[in-house]
Design a protein around this ligand. Sequence first.
Ligand code: ATP
Ligand code: MG
Length: 722
Amino acid sequence: PSGNMPDYLAGLNPEQRLAVETTEGPVLVLAGAGTGKTRVLTTRIAHILSTNRAYPSQILAVTFTNKAAREMKTRIGHFVGEAIEGMPWLGTFHSIGVKMLRRHAELAGLKSGFTILDTDDVIRLLKQIIQAEGLDDKRWPARQFANMIDSWKNKAQGPKDISEGDARAFGNGKGRELYYAYQARLQTLNACDFGDLLLHPIRIFRENPDVLREYHQKFRYILVDEYQDTNVAQYMWLRLLAQRPGGERPNVCCVGDDDQSIYGWRGAEVDNILRFEKDFSNATVIKLERNYRSTAHILGAAAHLIAHNEGRLGKTLFTDHPNPDDGLVQVHAAWDSEEEARAIGEEIEQYQRKGHNLNDMAILVRASFQMREFEDRFVTLGLNYRVIGGPRFYERQEIRDAMAYFRVVAQGADDLAFERIINVPKRGLGEATIRQVHDAARARNTPMLQAAAELAESDELKPKARASLRQVSANFHRWQELLENTPHTELAEMILDESGYTDMWKNDKSAEAPGRLDNLKELIRSMEEYESLRSFLEHVALVMDAEQQEDLDAVSIMTLHSAKGLEFETVFLPGWEEGLFPHQRALDEGGRSGLEEERRLAYVGLTRAKKNLHLWFVSNRRIHGLWQSTIPSRFIDELPEAHVEVAEGGGNSYGGYGVGDRRNPYGSSRFDKVESFSNTYATPGWQRAQKNKTEATSRNWGNRSGHAVERIGYGEVDSGFG
Ligand code: ATP
Ligand code: MG
């Protein structure tokens, strides 16, 4: 280390330094988990800025989650300061996409105030379109078509680009027409879906060379984290931005790990790693091999597991100083998921008593339905937790309703939002009236809000419905006028009061009503942080995890997919059972690739832990409301004996059952103890399952099913059941 080496470089190893200091030309960093890839990217930005190679605003950095973007922003904040040169463009593909699209909305046939539809909206819209084509939406479910559209968009395919086979596969061969109709409707609604946030910019770049040139001049340095998970559309977008005409070498740096590619099911292509070297000639390829994150045991377990995959580029990982005090990876067995949650809760409290922070602990699940059990348990214990990657708060009914009001005020053409609340609270507007408004809007090619106002003045409706519609449209008209000059929190409160929405819950006698009113208050409070109603709406559409209180000491609960790139002192991995992990869908596929992706997901899970790692499996699990007896995941068998031990007790209170038949077809003798745990439970399993089933059905699940968070096109996605 030389005397004048800047601080930010001093701690790096030689390969990391090379990756930071090779600022010019294409660079590909290909390296295993915890080797400092993200750190290299952050340091690279710092280096570019402090050596005055570019202004902050000339840097484009793509992260996989909004959380990662925020962290990076904080870490480089020091180098950016309060500079007049602006901030780097730093965020997910989608958040950068939306920023670009707002600037050039008119080139995509949109107005800049366009709405971003969430999955729910998309499905509702598609259902209408499918019905309008005279198709039975039970036979041709909107959800299925939404998934198809998403996967086309991930491949950067618009309606005219999809294959004949794809077009024929849905809606009696009307797939293409439906896709066209959907895009046309989006245009009328002045809206787009997540896929469009990249697709529109790609089209704009292709059709408007001057716009693309502007971005070429602007972005002197481009950086991409988690590169192994880019899909075709993202890669095209990136290549358009990076490749300059005239053979000028782009300063683009991508970092990734093929072993952590876990979004194949959503169109990500590991081949993009190989394509990089082809598309960007003379790229510097750098390997990092030293892991700074995990103990030797955790690393050993992870490396051994991932070695079972065949399709790998292959790489080594080592850690310098194995510490004799480091604990082995612990494998625990439990009777069922309730006991699993109880035991993990106890373990967390034990760690807490030993002085560990809750912030340093995480529970990573394969499917989001697993979360409920932990949430229930932690609420009982009074243990703080936060769910990352799923906006539970913004998904609540009352929040969605309130947001629908705000959306219509901000963007009068937002028919989906308008339809949601046109009769909420009840205003005597029946289905027939709403359909009439709908049809009138169609016929006149106007937003429903406007059609409602016009219908209210015609004699096509009964007097009561007319009065009601007149009232609604007058209200919205007034709120829209107040939009520019009234503080937005005040306006929001006014909207909820004057519309009768707040009263609706005040008059509601159900047990949940007071909680809903509190949530609405919290919603208004959370708006204070934003400049305007529009920027708040955009935030909600985009950001999934910001509603969590960052400063609270709390255990994190999230899916394995959203844990990518993160690290925690202590990690719990529940649900390592065949059918859940590896997921049944991957097993049903039969091929190698689905199973290997599951294994990479397991590798991601293991490598999130710095010091303590606990794996769990249960003998009985309720899946889709049905109890099933389960066997331990084959991944448990694939862990090396030297780094793993089967925890005694593990919080289970069911020891002492006789050994049943061998149920684990993948079982080797390596994990005798694990097997005997599972065998132990195998015999009496069905009896207990029966008992639990009756308990479960007699329990009131109320609104507790709201955990299936699905965000098509986002970093934060659950790929759970259903
Ligand atoms: P992943 O593949 O999981 O995204 P990564 O390769 O991005 O991992 P980082 O998150 O950048 O790895 O780094 C892992 C941990 O190691 C972080 O806590 C980071 O601060 C630390 N680290 C990285 N490089 C060094 C270094 N040279 N000296 C000390 N600590 C380091
Ligand atoms: Mg990383």
